[in-house]
Design a protein around this ligand. Structure first.
Ligand code: ME8
Length: 755
């Protein structure tokens, strides 16, 4: 019998920089769902990928002096490498610069235009017109549709003025079909409160959106009008289809405008999925919700969803789940269904918009630079514990700590605490003690349970059910709490019944055998239930319990506490989760993170403390640096080593450094760091925290109100666990390199550019 299908996607991540813990979060969550669904008997397609077009990619490449293609080629590999390190079981990876994707985007727009070709121009979904408005290049967001200055509502930065002729999508015409659709599918967006937000947004009125650009060169050419390239969201969203083979079928049918007719042919009955053109239908039939655009169309043996898709596409589309962060809900729950309605294609089954991981109360984000990276966490855990536990540690922490859907804080300390408490002292310790006793007292053979009617069995049965319900609802934290109840229960039994004492009694084996069976059976249940979240350790424990089936394929819905067969020989014993030293591990992670932020410049945190300020930290060093050259080279990211005194840089090199006038608002000493001061500096549009190695030359009080020169585009970094976000410029005088701050004799406002 063929398996039911389940198709889920992560967002297609921007390839302008490397992934951070935020991007890993969504990918890990999707991996947990994919693994869980496989254990429920589904055939899973799991798509992730990289979004490789757009201005932010062009800019990032320009800054680095490479072509956009070189940049995305390099970065997409970093994403893939990370997913490998994190054991992500994706099945498809789409790059938006791939020829398959380019073909798919062009096919989708052709299909849409072909369906409209008999409609009057004012009814067509796609048309050409002049666009003028403000656009945030960092978040790829239309901030306003008027030319007046405006700041981006996501990142707060000033948006750029855009004025050009574009292709537009007539989103306004989809207000009613969308609202009808939401009404007919009230749980389409999850959590529920996000569905309400989406509804209110559409109810407030939609505007048509531009879906092409003339000024941008880095994008997919518009079919038949190559001066235009696709605007990132039409391009990016289509990756959910190109990633599983849309555009790899009969493209000629679209090219010749025959797609609607042929697509209609195979549409499943009930008119779902391949309805007539949305606008045509709107105009002529007064189309309403529940008809035409419902999610849930799956291809059957005879059904061909669309001739432009290959067999994989026809099998897996529509997606069962688009998992995204809350900031891109509008694109997924408003634009995307409208684009699909216009193309007459079925809509995804569900969109889940989760909350943000915050770092020091702010959204972790590449553009703000306040990010934690997954690689140092995984590698430092593995190195310091001598076991492959880092991946599970990170996955467990991310799913256990935050109520899924809401925002949550990320903290390295909390991660290590959680690891030690729940994994090392919890499951790991329980498994290792139990298996060692079975090895010692029963020659490594699972003992009999005996005739006893067992409360543990009842508990386990109840818990299996509720864990499955939580998984089905994506309530991961609650699910893990539930599973760990069994760990606590088993722990309690051991502590209470003390098998190491009982075994010394004359009938010791009869007493201890059933107890160890009960606990081993509980551990087996935990291994299966927790497998989607901590795949590495559960596999290890599973094998140590002597289980031979592939854990990935165990049917979670058939799981039974008594599935552990007495007489089974246990495997080779090995601790699943060795304990981690918090301080040492935290320092190791920090050091590795600094190496990522400033390649080649990392110095052991402890070693740094022993050196002079000039070598403590690049940021502090610069204040005491011998010349401005050192500051600029560090700021340009060219490792911390100063350029040779006579080396020449180009004006473009210099232009990479953004210098501004700052006004010191507060200054204070840092306990235990004689030479460092912690300052807050007003740089015009924000107040930054900056650490500077000037404490021996300046008293904090004399700095408040003083104008300084600050490098504002230097990647933030931590010193003594405190973040420094910028660098003060100073000359250095005398043999001891005493820092003298750069300042201004004239009156000059904070935020003015220095060049
Ligand atoms: O938006 N907390 O790509 P992106 C939780 N290319 N999740 C986070 C996060 C955080 N601090 N930071 C990022 C794009 N994410 C587009 C998507 S889809 C067709 C195109 C996760 O690289 C979260 O899933 O900015 C968020 O939606 C996504 O990364 C944004 O990734």
């Amino acid at each position: 019998m063929s398996k039911p299908k389940f198709y889920l996607t992560t967002p297609i991540y921007y390839a302008n920089s490397r992934p951070h813990v935020g991007s890993a979060y969504t990918t890990i969550v999707c991996d947990v769902i994919a693994r869980y669904k496989r254990m429920c008997g589904y055939e899973v397609a799991y798509l992730t990928g990289t979004d490789e077009h757009g201005v932010n990619i062009e800019r990032a490449a320009e800054k680095l002096g490479v072509t956009p293609q070189q940049l995305v080629d390099k970065n997409q590999q970093i994403f893939r490498d990370l997913w490998k390190l994190l054991g992500i079981s994706y099945t498809n990876f789409i790059r938006t610069t791939s020829p398959e994707h380019e073909r798919a985007v062009q096919t989708l727009v052709r299909r849409t235009m072909a369906r409209d070709k008999d409609l009057p121009p004012e009814k067509r979904s796609i048309y050409k017109a002049k666009y003028e408005g403000r656009y945030c290049i960092y978040d790829n967001l239309y901030v306003s549709d008027t030319p007046e200055p405006a700041n981006c509502q996501i990142c707060g930065r000033p948006a750029e003025l855009i004025s050009e002729e574009n292709y537009f999508f007539r989103l306004k015409a989809y207000e009613k079909p969308l609202l009808d659709f939401y009404r007919a599918n009230p749980q389409w967006v999850q959590p529920d409160f996000r569905m309400n937000e989406v509804k209110s947004f559409v109810e407030a009125g939609l505007k048509d959106v531009s879906i092409s650009r003339k000024t941008i060169k880095w994008g997919i050419p518009w079919p038949g009008d190559p001066e235009h390239v696709f605007y990132v969201w039409y391009d990016a969203l289509t990756s959910y289809m190109s990633g599983i083979g849309y555009g790899e079928g009969d493209i000629e049918s679209v090219r010749h405008g025959a797609s609607s007719a042929s697509a209609e042919k195979g549409a499943p009955s009930g008119g779902r999925g391949s309805s007539p053109s949305a606008l045509g239908a709107l105009a002529s039939e007064g189309l309403s919700g529940g008809r035409g655009f419902s999610p849930g169309v799956s291809s059957d043996a005879s059904g061909v969803l669309t001739p432009e898709g290959n067999a994989e596409f026809n099998k897996f589309w529509p997606a069962d789940l688009h998992m995204i962060g809350k900031e891109i809900i509008r694109f997924h729950a408003v634009y995307w269904p409208a684009f699909l309605m216009a193309a007459g294609l079925p809509l995804p089954e569900k969109i889940f918009a989760h909350g943000w991981l915050l770092f020091e109360q702010e959204k972790m984000s590449k553009s703000k630079g306040n990010v934690a990276y997954p690689e140092p966490i995984v590698k430092a855990f593995d190195e310091l514990t001598g076991a492959k536990v880092g991946n599970d540690a990170l996955r467990y922490y991310l799913l256990r700590e935050t109520v899924f859907g809401q925002d949550g804080n990320f903290s390295r300390e909390a991660l290590i605490t959680r690891y030690n408490a729940d994994l090392a002292n919890g499951l790991g310790n329980l498994a290792s003690r139990t298996l060692t006793m079975i090895d010692n007292y029963f020659e490594g053979v699972i003992p009999e349970l005996g005739p006893a009617n067992d409360a543990m069995e009842e508990n386990a049965a109840h818990l299996i059910k509720s864990a499955i319900t939580y998984y089905d609802r994506f309530q991961f934290s609650e699910c893990l709490q539930e599973i760990w109840q069994l760990v606590s229960l088993a722990d309690f039994s051991l502590a209470h019944e003390k098998p190491w004492k009982q075994i010394t009694e004359p009938n010791g084996k009869e007493l201890v055998g059933p107890l160890l069976y009960r606990i081993a059976a509980a551990i087996r249940v935990v291994s299966v239930l927790a497998h989607p979240v901590i795949p590495d350790a559960t596999r290890k424990i599973w094998e140590q319990l002597g289980q031979t089936d592939d854990l990935d394929d165990v049917d979670v819905k058939q799981l039974q506490w008594r599935g552990l067969i007495p007489g089974t020989k246990i495997g080779k014993l090995e601790g699943a989760f060795p304990r981690a030293d918090k301080k040492e591990l935290s320092e190791r992670i920090e050091k590795m993170e600094n190496e990522i932020r400033n390649p080649g410049a990392a110095v052991e945190p402890s070693a740094r403390a022993n050196k002079t300020d000039a070598s403590i930290e690049p940021a502090a060093a610069s204040t005491a640096a011998p010349s401005a050259t050192a500051a600029t080279s560090a700021a340009a990211g060219a490792a911390a080593a100063p350029a040779p005194a006579n080396a020449k840089i180009t004006i473009d090199d210099f232009a990479k450094v953004e210098l501004r006038v700052g006004v010191v608002k507060t200054a204070e000493r840092i306990q235990g760091a004689d030479k460092l001061l912690k300052l807050t500096v007003d740089i015009g549009d924000e107040v930054r925290q900056v650490l500077a190695g000037i404490a021996l030359a300046y008293a904090p009080e004399e700095l408040v109100g003083r104008k300084v020169v600050i490098v504002v585009n230097l990647a933030p970094r931590k010193m003594r666990g405190i973040e420094s976000n910028g660098m003060l410029l100073a000359a250095s005088a005398g043999a001891d390199g005493k820092p003298v701050l750069c300042t201004f004799a004239e009156d000059i406002p904070a935020g003015s550019k220095v060049k």
